[in-house]
Each structure stands twice: as C-alpha cells, then as structure tokens.
Design a protein around this ligand. Sequence first.
Ligand code: XMP
Length: 319
Amino acid sequence: LWTSSNIVDDAIARIREQVGSNKVLLGLSGGVDSSVVAALLHKAIGDQLTCVFVDNGLLRLHEGDQVMAMFAENMGIKVIRANAEQLFLSKLVGVADPEQKRKIIGNTFIEIFDQEATKLTNVKFLAQGTIYPDVIESAGAKTGKAHVIKSHHNVGGLPEDMQFELVEPLRELFKDEVRQLGLELGLPYDMVYRHPFPGPGLGVRILGEVKKEYADTLRKADAIFIEELHRADLYHKVSQAFAVFLPVKSVGVVGDGRRYEYVIALRAVETIDFMTARWAHLPYEFLERVSNRIINEISGISRVTYDISSKPPATIEWE
Ligand code: XMP
C-alpha cells in the first residue's frame, strides 16, 4: 500500500543500507527535490550528511538566508553556504546569449561545488534529487528522443573525475509523491508547493547581459509580485509566476520631467506539465495593485507589462 509514511520508512531503510556509516554530500538548491532529499537523508543518517548550498547571486530576495534558516538553523542539518555571487557575476560580464549564460552558470556551479567537496574528507556518496521524470527525460536524451530545448543544469553534468557513488532516493517517485513525502517529513507546505525556479535563476530572467544592479531591481519586483499573489490567495492557483527584467528604457513622466527607465514584465501561467501553458487570467485589479507597488516602491522602474503569450510558441521563461 502506498502511503507517504510507508515510503519514508522504506526510503530510510534503503538509505541506511546503502550508505552504512559513510559520509554523504548533497547539493542543496532550496528547490523541492533537493530539499526533500536533505530532510530524508537527515532523518536517515543525521550528521553523516553535509549539504553544500551555492549562492550564485541569482537567487530571489532573501532566498539564501531562508534556505539557511530552514535547513541549518531549524532542522539542524549541516549546510555549507558558498557565497559565490561575485564569481558568477564576473563570469557573466558581456555575455548576452541565453544558452551561453546557462552553460556558464551551470559550469560555475560545478566548479564551486567541486571546490567545497574537496575540502571535505572521506565523503563516499553524493546524493541527488533526481526524480522519475528526470530519469525518463535523460534516458530519452541519450537516445535522442527528448527534445532538449534548454540545457537543464540540475540533471547530470557532474565531472567524471568525482569519485562518488550516487544516492538518489527519489528516483522512482513522481513530483506529487515527492511533495507528499516532503510534507510527511515536516517541510512547510509553502516550500513543498513552491513554484519551480530554474537552475540558472534570475540569470535567465534578466534579458541579455546580467548585471548586479538589474538582479537587485528584479529581486524587489519579483518579491512584490509573489507577495501580492499570496495575499490575494492566487499563488497556488497559478503554476508558475515571476517577474522579468527588460534592459530597455521607456519614457515616464514625473512632475514636469521625463525619465527613461527600465521595464518589468510579469509572467504567470497555468499548466499541468510545463510543456504547454496558458497565461493566467489574473484579475485586472490585482495586476493594477502589483504594477502600482512596483513602480512606486522600486526606483528605476516606470513601466510594468503583463505577458499574455501562451506556450507554444512562447516559452514560460523569456530566455
Ligand atoms: P520554458 O521556458 O522552457 O520552461 O517553457 C519550462 C519549465 O522549465 C523551467 N526552466 C528551467 N529549469 N533550468 C531549469 O532547471 C533551466 O535552464 C530552465 N529553463 C526553463 C521553467 O522555469 C519552467 O518551469
């Protein structure tokens, strides 16, 4: 019988059997899958688990601190935070091509993760939040069946010379099962049912070249949008919502002066499988409130637009 408590017990027994008294390393992103793996491994093997959380400077407002608060402070999990914003941003200078940005962010992640890993001694296992759809997707990719439109850096991609055995306790589970498991393990509802966030983070939500100034502005706009979605009880009614930074300047008037400032686009979609999606028909009054707040509270933004394109042909992300 499938119940999430059976699954937890079963997974814990299997992890203990596989790992024994060895040390395990986990790359914690703060996303649902790696978070559930962290909670599960911690329950199974306690302090034998060490997590590495790479802050790439492309996370959402306060996200790094929240990850540390939840896992390190509340749950007592060993988490090493690698603050690598400067390295990521310096590698992205002058790079405007989305796939190039993905590659750089993915490779830099591996570089930092590798650095942190080599500082630890006697680690035998590497845990990953691979879930069943990832297994199918990457099997398809090998035979050329899957349509790899964007390189997703969270699947595979670890250097060949890393001498680890893999622990993948979610490998046979679908997303909704992973979520149930997360709840069973005591992770908060809001974390377990969070919208997906791409590995390259804000790096693909700032169109073209990434700059710290743009990221800081985008973080504030995105936080307002998400906060208002929660407040209006709309967050869980859409599948994914976020703000996008457009590095173009449009005109605005303040008093009798004209200002040329950047544009924020809001994106919210409804979808089952993320392969096709419909733009979410959010209420006008709601959009008005979000737009007013963004324009009033964030300097440098004087125009907000709402994306009314569906997928296909428009993708969910703008890059
Ligand atoms: P698109 O934009 O292709 O997005 O319609 C479909 C889903 O995939 C997410 N996405 C990514 N996730 N790395 C990720 O881990 C990526 O490079 C990436 N690109 C898109 C996107 O957020 C949406 O949920």
